[in-house]
Unconditional design. Structure first.
Lengths: 252, 352, 293
C-alpha cells in the first residue's frame, strides 16, 4: 500500500461549544480523486480549511508525505506542495489572467530582496504560468483582465493559479460551483488529466460529477465521517441512504 | 502599473519643471516649491504602504518627525555635521522605530491597525513633547545645515538656497525612481497581491508578514528622509511634526492624489499644499483667513466623497462616465468589478 | 505612597476610567454596529464641554435652573445633534471603506473646530462647579476628597448600569447586541435599520458630550480637549475589543488606572505608559480582550 500523500488522522475542530469536525480521518493517494460529500453544515469547509492550514485543528494530525505538518501555517504548507482552490473565486480581478498565474507561481521562487529585477523577467514564474494556463485551456485569454472573464473561466483560472504553484496535492473546494454542463465537462476532463501526477481532494455538491469521477468518497454528516469507500460501496451504504433520505445522486 | 510612454514622460516633465522653477519664480514661491517637494517625498513614502501594500497607517508622521529630530538633535551647535552620517542616522532612526512598532502593529488588521499606528505615533509625540529630549513643546533649532565633506573638499554647499533646492529635488527624483523600481520588482508584485487579497497570497505560499513589515520599514525610512530635509529647510523642528494632524494630512495627500499611481502622491501633495495656501490667503479671505481650517475641512470632505480614485484617477473616471452614457453598454457586473476602486481589508477577520 | 494618598489615587483612577468609558462606549458601539470609524468622536466630548460653558449662564438667566438643568439640556442637544448628523452625513459613510471614513471624519474635525472657534473663540475657560457639589468629603478624618469628583464617578457608574440594563434587558439592546456581532444579519431580521442606526449614533454622541459636560468643571474647557481624549479612547477600544461594551468598561478602568498611577509614579513617562500597555496587550491578544463576533 503506497504511502498516502496527504493523511488526516482524527481531525477535530471545536468552536466554543460547537463541534464542527469530529474525529475525521482520511487518506489521499497519488493518482486518485478522493471526494468529500455531505449536506450543508456537515463540516466539509472546515475540514478543507484545516487541511490547507487556514484553521488550526483542535485535535488530530495532518501528514504530508509522511511529515507532520499539523503546526505548519498555510504558506508553509503551500510551499511544501499543498495547493488549494476556493469555492468563491479568489482571483485578482485587476490583474491579467497571465499575471494571476505568474504571481501564484512566483511563490516558489520569491526573490524577496531582488528589488532591481523586473518581476515579469523571472523565467521560473513565467514558465510555470504559461504551463498552468495551457493545461487549463486559458492560454488564449492570457492578456485579459481577470475580472472580465465569464464565470466558468474564472473557476478555471482559480485552478490554474493553484497549479502554477506546482503542488503535489490539490484541495479543490467546489470547483464546479455555478457552472453550466459544458464547463462542468471541461473541468472534469481537466481533473482526470491532472489525476495522474497529483493526489486530489474534491469537495463537491454535484453528485453526478462525484459518482462519475471519484475513486474514493467520504461522506460527512454533522461533522463526522459516517462512511468511506468506492462510489459503489457508498451508494449501497444504508447509513448514507438514511442521511440523504430522499436525496439521490440525480437531485442536483 | 502600465508602462506606456506617458507614465515615464509625466514624471520626467514634472521633475524638469521643478528644476527650472527657482530661476523663474520669486523667493516665496521657491520656498513653497521646496515644501511641496518635501511633502511629495513624505506622501510617496506613505503611498508605498497604502497603495502598495494596502496598509492604512494613521501614524506615519512619527517617522517624519523622528527624521527631523534626529537631524536637529545630532547636529553640533557650532558647526556643520557630516551630511552622510546625519542623513543615515535620520533614516535609520525612523526605520528602527518602524521595525519595533511595525512588528507589533502588523499583528492587527483593518481598523485596529489604523488605531494602533495612531497610538504608536502619539507615543513618539509624547516623548518629544513632554520629556527633556529636544526642547519639549517649544522645539529646537538646527543651526548649520550638514555638509558633504570629502577629505575637506565640499562638492556642493547646502547653505546656498539654489544648491539646497536641487538637493531636495534630487532626493525626490531618487525616491520616485526607487519606488517605481520597487513596484516592478518581484517584491512589489507580491505586495500588490497582498493588497488585493492577502488570504489568496498565503494560500499560494507567501508568508505575508515579512512583506508587510519590510514595506512598513522602507516607507518609514523614506518618511525619515523627508523629515530630515524638512529640518534643514527652516532649521526649526517642533513636536507638532509628529502630531496626528500631520498623519491625517499626509494620508489625505495620498488618497487625494490617487492611490493606484505613484505620481498620485506627488499630485496630492501639491494639491493639498496649494489648497492650504489658498485658504490661508488673506488677499482672498481677509480676516476670515484665520479660520482656514473650515474651508479646508469642507474641501476634504467633498474631495474624498466625489473623487474615490483621487485626482490621478480623474481621467479614468471621466472615461468611465462617458462609456456608461453610450447606449451599447459594457457587459454586466464584471466590468464594474474591474473598474471599481480597490477596497481595503475591513474589520479584523482572524487568520490562522 | 501611604494609604491615604493611595486611596485618593484609586478614586481618581476610578473617575478617570469612568469618564473614558463614557466616551469609549459610544465609539465602540458606533463602530461595532455601524462599522464606522469616526475620528470626530472626540469633538463630541469637546462640544459637550463647550456647551456647558456657553449654555450654563443662559440656562440660569432664562430658567433660573442650575447645573442639573444645564446638564440635561446639553445631553438632549447632543443627542439631537447626533441624530441629525447621522441623517445628514454619517449615513453616507456606511458604504465607504475605512480609509474614506477616516479622511471624511478628519475633515469633519476641522469643520467642528473652526465652527467652535467662530462661535465661542479659542480661549481656555473655566466652568463653575455647582454649589451643592463643590464641597469636600473627609476620608477617615485624615484626608479630604472633592465631592464633585465623586459625583463624576457616580454618574459614570449610573450610566454604565443603565447601559447594561438597556443592552441586556430591552428589545433595543437585543438589536444592538445582534448588530454588534453580525451587522449583516439584523437587516434581514426585518428591523428598521435606519432608525436603529440613528438612535445608536445619537446615543454615542450624547454619551461623549455627557462626559465632556461633567468633566468641564474639573478639566476646564480648551480647544484641544477632544483630540487627547480621542486617541486614548482608541487605545481603550483596541484593548477592549471593538463592539464590546464590557470590554470598553474593563479596558477603560485599566487605562484609567495606568494613566492615574503613571502620572504619580513616573511623571516623565506618563504620556507613554498607556501606549506601552497597548503594545503589551497586542503581543498576546491582537484582537483585544473581548472581541465581539
Amino acid at each position: 500500500m503506497p504511502e498516502a500523500m496527504l493523511a488526516a488522522r482524527g481531525i477535530t475542530r471545536r468552536f466554543g461549544g460547537l463541534v464542527a469536525v469530529n474525529d475525521v480521518s482520511l487518506d489521499l493517494q497519488r493518482g486518485t480523486v478522493h471526494a468529500v460529500i455531505g449536506t450543508n453544515g456537515a463540516g466539509k469547509s472546515t475540514l478543507i480549511n484545516i487541511l490547507s492550514g487556514e484553521l488550526m485543528a483542535s485535535a488530530g494530525q495532518v501528514l504530508l508525505e509522511g511529515r507532520d505538518i499539523t503546526a505548519w501555517p498555510q504558506p508553509q504548507r503551500a510551499r511544501g506542495g499543498l495547493g488549494r482552490s476556493y469555492q468563491r473565486s479568489t482571483i485578482f480581478p485587476a490583474l491579467s489572467v497571465y499575471e494571476n498565474c505568474r504571481l501564484a507561481a512566483q511563490a516558489g521562487r520569491q526573490r524577496f530582496w531582488h528589488w532591481w529585477r523586473h518581476a515579469g523577467d523571472c523565467a521560473h514564474s513565467a514558465g510555470q504560468a504559461r504551463h498552468a494556463l495551457e493545461r487549463t485551456g486559458l492560454a488564449a485569454s492570457a492578456a485579459t483582465p481577470a475580472g472580465l472573464l465569464p464565470h466558468g473561466h474564472k473557476r478555471q483560472l482559480e485552478i490554474a493559479m493553484c497549479l502554477a504553484g506546482q503542488p503535489r496535492v490539490l484541495l479543490l473546494d467546489e470547483p464546479l460551483a455555478g457552472m453550466g454542463p459544458e464547463e462542468t465537462e471541461r473541468i472534469l476532463a481537466l481533473l482526470q488529466a491532472l489525476k495522474a501526477e497529483h493526489a486530489i481532494l474534491l469537495v463537491e455538491h454535484d453528485m453526478d460529477a462525484v459518482f462519475g469521477n471519484a475513486d474514493t468518497i467520504t461522506v460527512m454528516v454533522n461533522g463526522s465521517a459516517i462512511a468511506c469507500g468506492t462510489p459503489a460501496q457508498i451508494r449501497a451504504n444504508p447509513q448514507v441512504q438514511d442521511a440523504y433520505l430522499g436525496e439521490g445522486p440525480c437531485t442536483h | 502599473m502600465n508602462l506606456n510612454p506617458a507614465s515615464k514622460l509625466i514624471p520626467a516633465a514634472v521633475l524638469l519643471a521643478l528644476a527650472a522653477f527657482p530661476w523663474l519664480g520669486a523667493d516665496y514661491y521657491t520656498g513653497l516649491a521646496v515644501k511641496l517637494m518635501i511633502y511629495a517625498i513624505f506622501a510617496l513614502s506613505l503611498q508605498l504602504l497604502v497603495g502598495g501594500a494596502g496598509l492604512v497607517s494613521l501614524g506615519h508622521a512619527a517617522f517624519f518627525g523622528i527624521g527631523a529630530y534626529a537631524a536637529a538633535l545630532l547636529s553640533p551647535e557650532a558647526e556643520a555635521a557630516g551630511l552622510a552620517w546625519l542623513l543615515g542616522a535620520a533614516v535609520l532612526g525612523a526605520a528602527a522605530y518602524a521595525l519595533l512598532t511595525g512588528a507589533l502593529a502588523l499583528r492587527t488588521r483593518g481598523v485596529y491597525f489604523i488605531m494602533v499606528t495612531l497610538a504608536f505615533s502619539q507615543m513618539a509625540y509624547y516623548v518629544f513633547h513632554d520629556t527633556g529630549l529636544g526642547g519639549g513643546s517649544d522645539g529646537i533649532y538646527l543651526y548649520f545645515r550638514p555638509q558633504l565633506s570629502l577629505g575637506g573638499w565640499l562638492p556642493f554647499d547646502l547653505d546656498q538656497p539654489g544648491t539646497y533646492y536641487l538637493f531636495v529635488l534630487a532626493c525626490l527624483a531618487l525616491t520616485w525612481g526607487f519606488l517605481a523600481m520597487l513596484a516592478r520588482s518581484p517584491f512589489g508584485a507580491a505586495l500588490a497581491g497582498i493588497r488585493i487579497n492577502e488570504q489568496r497570497m498565503r494560500a499560494a505560499g507567501y508568508s505575508t508578514f515579512p512583506y508587510k513589515l519590510t514595506a512598513y520599514v522602507v516607507g518609514a525610512a523614506l518618511a525619515g528622509l523627508a523629515g530630515f530635509l524638512y529640518a534643514l529647510k527652516d532649521g526649526f523642528v517642533t513636536p507638532e511634526l509628529l502630531a496626528w494632524e500631520q498623519s491625517g494630512l499626509v494620508l489625505l495627500m495620498v488618497i487625494l492624489g490617487g492611490m493606484s499611481r505613484l505620481g498620485g502622491a506627488v499630485l496630492g501633495a501639491a494639491a493639498l499644499i496649494l489648497l492650504q495656501e489658498l485658504f490661508q490667503s488673506q488677499a482672498l479671505f481677509g480676516d476670515y483667513a484665520r479660520h482656514w481650517h473650515l474651508p479646508l475641512g469642507l474641501a476634504i470632505i467633498a474631495l474624498v466623497a466625489l473623487l474615490p480614485d483621487g485626482l490621478a484617477g480623474l481621467p479614468a473616471q471621466w472615461r468611465a462616465r462617458r462609456a456608461a452614457r453610450r447606449p451599447a453598454a459594457a457587459p454586466g457586473a464584471d466590468t464594474a468589478d474591474a473598474a471599481a476602486p480597490q477596497s481595503l481589508p475591513l474589520s479584523g477577520e482572524p487568520h490562522a | 505612597m501611604d494609604a491615604g494618598i493611595f486611596l485618593i489615587q484609586c478614586l481618581n483612577a476610578l473617575q478617570h476610567g469612568l469618564l473614558l468609558f463614557l466616551v469609549a462606549s459610544g465609539l465602540t458601539l458606533i463602530f461595532g454596529i455601524m462599522g464606522i470609524i469616526n475620528l470626530a468622536h472626540g469633538s463630541f466630548y469637546m462640544i459637550g464641554a463647550y456647551m456647558a460653558f456657553a449654555l450654563g449662564p443662559l440656562v440660569e438667566r432664562w430658567t433660573g435652573g442650575g447645573f442639573a438643568a444645564t446638564l440635561l439640556l446639553c445631553v438632549l442637544l447632543a443627542a439631537l445633534l447626533g441624530y441629525l448628523l447621522e441623517a445628514a452625513f454619517f449615513s453616507y459613510l456606511y458604504r465607504r471603506d475605512h480609509l474614506q471614513q477616516v479622511l471624511m471624519t478628519y475633515g469633519l474635525i476641522l469643520v467642528f473646530e473652526e465652527v467652535r472657534s467662530l462661535l465661542v473663540g479659542n480661549d481656555v475657560h473655566g466652568v463653575p462647579m455647582p454649589g451643592w457639589l463643590s464641597g469636600t468629603v473627609s476620608l477617615g478624618g485624615v484626608m479630604t476628597y472633592p465631592v464633585y469628583r465623586l459625583f463624576i464617578s457616580a454618574v459614570g457608574i449610573g450610566v454604565a448600569l443603565l447601559l447594561y440594563w438597556v443592552i441586556t434587558r430591552t428589545r433595543l439592546g437585543m438589536m444592538v447586541r445582534a448588530g454588534a456581532s453580525n451587522r449583516e444579519m439584523i437587516g434581514s431580521l426585518g428591523i428598521d435599520i435606519n432608525r436603529l442606526y440613528r438612535i445608536v449614533f445619537a446615543a454615542g454622541v450624547a454619551l461623549a458630550a455627557l462626559a465632556g459636560t461633567i468633566a468641564a468643571p474639573v478639566s476646564s474647557v480648551y480647544p484641544g480637549m477632544g483630540h487627547g481624549v480621542l486617541i486614548v479612547c482608541f487605545v481603550v477600544v483596541v484593548i477592549g475589543g471593538i463592539g464590546s461594551i464590557r470590554g470598553a468598561f474593563l479596558a477603560a478602568m485599566l487605562v484609567g488606572a495606568v494613566e492615574t498611577f503613571g502620572q504619580v509614579l513616573f511623571p516623565a513617562a506618563a504620556g507613554v505608559l498607556v501606549y506601552l500597555l497597548m503594545a503589551l496587550i497586542l503581543l498576546c491578544k491582537p484582537e483585544g480582550l473581548f472581541k465581539q463576533g
